[in-house]
Design a protein around this ligand. Sequence first.
Ligand SMILES: Nc1ncnc2c1ncn2[C@@H]1O[C@H](COP(=O)(O)OP(=O)(O)OP(=O)(O)O)[C@@H](O)[C@H]1O
Length: 249
Amino acid sequence: MTPLIRLDDLTVAYDRHPAVHHVSGAFAPGSLTAIAGPNGAGKSTLLKAIMGELRPAEGRVEHRLGRAEFGYLPQAAEIDRRFPISVIDTVMLGAWKSRGAFGRVAPADVKRAGEALAAVGLDGFGRRHVGSLSAGQFQRVLFARLLLQDAGVILLDEPFTAIDARTTRDLLDIVSRWHGEGRTVIAVLHDFELVRTHFPQTLLLARELVGWGPTGDVMSSANLMKARAMAERWDEDAEACSPAEAPAA
Ligand SMILES: Nc1ncnc2c1ncn2[C@@H]1O[C@H](COP(=O)(O)OP(=O)(O)OP(=O)(O)O)[C@@H](O)[C@H]1O
């Protein structure tokens, strides 16, 4: 099968210090993949590089997708909820693909936004200010926004962190539905049990690739120990990356 997204010797760096180092592999269309690895492994950086928010220092991210084909749920810590915006308007932001960034709001979009809120269990919350929601309710709002966006590739950065079991279950149902609809879903996750039970593919990252393939193979004790050992060796003040450091193919 032709890959949907291919990573070719991808290195992504901040101030020339690599956070993702020489990663190669491919996401198949319609695949459901967890990105796992220790803190600081480069997982969020990799998501941002996949959707083009960060440019590679070396190597490439290859695909034929436009920006609108990517739906993205950032880490909760990256979102400022003090911005004075209602729940329904936040969900409506997901409709920008169909109406353009400054386009008029169509009644059909309002209806779809209401349906998306109902689908995530927040019927009647539309007029609430996002700052007044609990963390779990706000995560549901962000999923409703993704439902409205209707993207072919969905990137989720720690979608279930600080979320209770019931909300996690409800949001996992939505992830399963997206997978069933043939969308490609890539999620950064810390809960290994959840990875093993719900994600058929795993990309295990410790700046460099530890493993990428069927979850049962990749999440072996040997690989998890290897990832931890690699993380313990990281030197935050290491020299900037040079092409000569690339591992042999
Ligand atoms: N904007 C930035 N500027 C400089 N360095 C950054 C920036 N963002 C991330 N980094 C560094 O890049 C490395 C990878 O960070 P990243 O957030 O991608 O890791 P992660 O695997 O998602 O971590 P976590 O599990 O803790 O969320 C870390 O050393 C981090 O400090």
